[in-house]
Design a protein. Structure first.
Length: 330
């Protein structure tokens, strides 16, 4: 299949290397070796296999895949996705996948990576790699600034990246994906390709700048039982979940379940559930405008007072104190 869009405008006999797909589940072309892919997962949860281990991913999430990606979904539930296929030439004609992989821009990309790596920064006088400072990346020719937009697709040893999205980031991506879809399908005037390029620049900048603020979904597990239970947790996080219900659901005894969790994540099954809920609560209190009682409910705690006690046990602060501290930083 040609993952590109033909022009329908009179006098514009051309095509662009951008293709949009919206469907339930995942596209069959995600491992296409000739394009980069950005996937916006609107709903659902899924499990990815990587080298015999597993990642449990929960929407909303953005996924970046380069041309080498081997995307293996082994389980999914209620997943809906929007996918953009593209070649880097949408930003600049000079940018081909081969050129970006050639090392031509590597010293600038490495300078940015060093700036993000505090441990490396401490070992260096400044963010200097070869003859390049990080600051040079924003003052040299525009072509190097544009190359930096492709950092998520050029990470060393990582062909797929998963980014948890805040409500605000998810809404912004939905708007940009929708705008690209409209331009590709309607092509309302002769400037539609220019607008698509602009929307791609916005999306790629978010991936380089905004997404890195948040915890990436990098947790990886080897035990299939742990994977299934954690996926169940994510799907029912706002509901009451008891140990007895878990034991029944997965036909397992308590000792075997807790042994598996202790080996995999260093804590019991229900302790890990509490860990997930508090992590979700912290993110909601930091990035969302929901009240403490609303956050409590969405994280599976019907009793706000009990939620506050558990939250303080994990963070040393009440939810209100944590929220006020986060608001004060913004």
């Amino acid at each position: 299949m040609e993952l590109q869009t033909q022009s329908k405008r009179p006098g514009m006999k051309c095509s662009i290397d951008v293709y949009y797909e919206h469907l339930d589940g995942f596209s069959e072309y995600l491992n296409d070796p000739a394009t980069y892919k950005i996937v916006l997962v609107n709903r659902g949860s899924f499990v990815i296999e990587e080298d015999g281990a597993y990642r449990v991913i929960m929407a909303p999430v953005a996924i970046g895949l380069n041309e080498r990606a081997d995307f293996k979904v082994v389980a999914s539930s209620n997943v809906q996705t929007c996918t953009l296929y593209f070649k880097p030439g949408i930003i600049r004609e000079e940018f081909t996948i081969e050129a970006l992989n050639s090392g031509k821009y590597e010293k600038f990309l490495s300078a940015v990576r060093a700036k993000e790596d505090i441990s490396l920064m401490e070992k260096m006088d400044m963010a200097i790699l070869g003859d390049v400072h990080f600051e040079d990346c924003v003052t040299r020719e525009m072509i190097y600034q544009d190359a930096i937009l492709f950092l998520p697709f050029l990470s060393k040893g990582r062909d797929i990246a998963y980014y948890t999205l805040t409500y605000e980031e998810y809404d912004a991506l939905c708007r940009m994906f929708g705008s690209i879809r409209y331009e590709l399908s309607e092509q309302p005037d002769n400037f539609w390709i220019l607008r698509i390029r602009h929307f791609f620049e916005e999306i790629l900048f978010m991936a380089v700048a905004d997404f890195y603020r948040n915890a990436r979904q990098d947790e990886i597990y080897k035990d299939p039982l742990v994977v299934k239970v954690i996926q169940y947790f994510w799907e029912h996080l706002s509901q009451e979940i008891t140990l007895a219900a878990i034991l029944r659901e997965f036909s397992v005894n308590k000792n075997k379940l807790n042994d598996a969790f202790n080996k995999e994540v260093g804590m019991s099954c229900m302790a890990y559930l509490e860990h997930l809920r508090i992590a979700m609560a912290k993110k909601a209190l930091q990035f969302h405008k929901d009240s403490v009682s609303e956050v409590s409910f969405h994280c599976g705690y019907s009793d706000t007072n009990y939620f506050s006690r558990v939250f303080k046990k994990h963070t040393g602060m009440t939810p209100t104190e944590f929220k006020n501290n986060m608001d004060g930083l913004c």
